[in-house]
Design a protein around this ligand. Structure first.
Ligand code: AMP
Ligand code: MG
Length: 503
């Protein structure tokens, strides 16, 4: 029913992982199953959802071909280096090979303690497991690269957490790999250049096979990761996503969003927004995400210094500085592409827009987008609603956007500038309005809705609300009747939102 490959366990030696097993749990049951993802991966949904499937997806029994391992990694957490983190509550079961021959990691979170648990219990509880599943599906539907939940399970255990006992749960997630910047840092910190080199090759095999034959594979890997991360963070910024814990162990080589702990979507636009209870200094605030990613990439480049194909250490450092420095302009280019899509400029939303913008357009358009953001910040306008309302202006109705802003005159001046810019592109307004509606979601995982649905699941084991929310978020761009509630910002009595890490 589920046959895996185990390249990470077998191609890499025992310094990279510890062969391990999931803990036995009393009554594993699959409570959410991602039928669309299962179908993409060629998996049998019916069997995955059965008792048999639950035993495999809980880690109690290994699927055929699986050699479950806990992966080792290090990481910079809030700026400080931890030389040994690793999977403390997770297991890599192995890799699924899809019909195109691509390998996907199947990974369990909450499968019990491992030698990396550092005093933790190795378990996960239902709320955070559902949160990660829901957030991943929302991001996927928004067109943001992400790991995805294949299944959520309850274990039949009660897990004691602050605030009392909670239902024990496990997330089975799929990612194009679980290689992290922190994986490289683990070996680099030990001066083990041979294993860093091995990791470069393995990463290229998984993600960039065309670069394996490059003259300087380490440099090419760095560039590929940097470019993917520039795209990723630009996409986050475009949907108001705040990761919340951008440590280097949560920065994936694949360029996918990974580890949905304290993440949340911004309501009123304010670049200083932070939701995570542990991020007291706002290190991972919305507006800091690009510079944090550049910092993380600098840590990544440091691990590769001894491998760069240059004459000496100084030359390697100079090369790294230069390559890391390229992140700034690359990010700006990607961000401008995202914002142009949101403003109806060019041919459509990111992903639909071909690379290579018209000369001269970029700086002005970045400024135009930045000025709109400033107006939203000044009036505390909801990020998602503010952008979504713009397409109505092109349909001749500035009412919705005006109703969101306190100050009419600066908004009207900006709208006039924006319309002039659109007209200069000679765009058909109806076509542009439709393209904008594919770039500006109407439904995002609003904090109050996420909270409400997860509470229902944790307290009453009522999965109806979370399933309904996942369903709404699976098509975030199309307005549907009866879903008005899902598009509204939080009621004013919801109060400041605070999120908590992981378990
Ligand atoms: P995270 O904040 O989820 O990225 O986790 C950071 C590190 O803490 C990773 O090494 C995790 O494996 C570990 N960790 C988090 N929660 C637990 C837990 N309940 N038991 C053991 N290890 C944990
Ligand atoms: Mg993590």
């Amino acid at each position: 029913m589920l046959t895996l490959e185990s390249s990470y366990a077998t191609d890499l030696d025992d310094q990279f992982r510890i062969v391990w097993e999931g803990a036995d749990v009393p009554d594993p049951r699959v409570i959410l199953l991602n039928a669309a993802l299962a179908a993409e991966l060629g998996l049998d949904v019916g069997r995955l959802g059965s008792r048999d499937g639950a035993e495999l997806l809980s880690g109690m029994r290994a699927p055929d071909g699986s050699r479950p391992v806990a992966q080792v990694y290090a990481g910079h957490q809030f700026g400080g280096f931890s030389p040994r983190l690793g999977d403390g509550r997770a297991l890599l079961l192995g890799e699924i090979r899809d019909s195109c021959g691509r390998r996907w990691d199947l990974h369990l979170k909450g499968s019990g303690p491992t030698p990396f648990s550092r005093g933790g219990d190795g378990k996960a509880v239902l709320g955070p497991v559902l949160r990660e599943y829901l957030m991943g599906e929302a991001m996927h539907a928004l067109g943001v690269p992400t790991t995805r939940g294949l299944a959520a399970l309850v274990t039949g255990e009660e897990i004691v957490r602050q605030g009392g006992p909670k239902p024990g749960a496990i997330l089975a997630r799929v990612a194009s790999s679980h290689l992290r910047v922190g994986t490289f840092e683990y070996f680099a910190a030990r001066g083990d250049d041979d294993r860093v080199r091995r990791l470069v090759d393995y990463s290229l095999e998984r993600h960039d096979p065309a670069l394996l034959e490059a003259e300087d594979p380490a440099l090419e890997l760095f560039r590929a990761v940097r470019d993917r991360q520039a795209t990723l963070v630009a996409r986050w910024m475009g949907v108001g996503f705040i990761h919340g814990v951008m440590n280097t162990d949560n920065t994936a080589i694949s360029g996918e969003t990974i580890d949905y702990g304290p993440c949340a979507f911004m309501d009123a636009y304010d670049p200083a927004t932070v939701f995570s209870s542990i991020d007291r200094n706002g290190r991972y605030a919305y507006g800091r995400q690009p510079s944090v990613m550049q910092w993380n990439l600098a840590r990544f480049a440091e691990t590769l210094l001894p491998l760069f194909d240059v004459e000496d250490r100084d030359a390697a450092a100079a090369l790294a500085t230069d390559e890391v420095g390229r992140f700034g302009p690359l990010f700006l280019e990607e961000w401008t592409r995202v914002m142009r899509g949101k403003l109806g400029l060019g041919d459509g939303p990111p992903g639909e827009v071909p690379a290579g913008e018209p000369a001269g357009a970029t700086d002005d358009d970045a400024r135009l987008a930045g000025d709109f953001l400033d107006l939203m910040a000044a009036d505390g306008v909801d990020f998602t609603s503010g952008f979504r309302a713009l397409s109505d202006v092109l349909r001749g109705d500035p009412g919705p956007v005006r109703s969101l802003f306190e100050h009419g005159a600066p908004l009207d001046a900006w709208l006039a500038r924006w319309m002039a810019r659109l007209d200069a592109e000679g765009a058909d307004r109806a076509t542009r309005a439709a393209a904008m509606d594919r770039a500006n979601p109407i439904y995002i995982p609003r904090n109050h809705l996420v909270e409400e649905t997860l509470d229902a699941a944790e307290e009453d084991l009522d999965l109806g609300p979370v399933e309904a929310l996942i369903d709404v978020l699976s098509d975030p761009f199309t307005r549907r009747p009866g879903l008005g509630r899902y598009a509204e910002p939080a009621p004013s009595d919801f109060g400041p939102h605070v999120t908590f890490c992981g378990t």
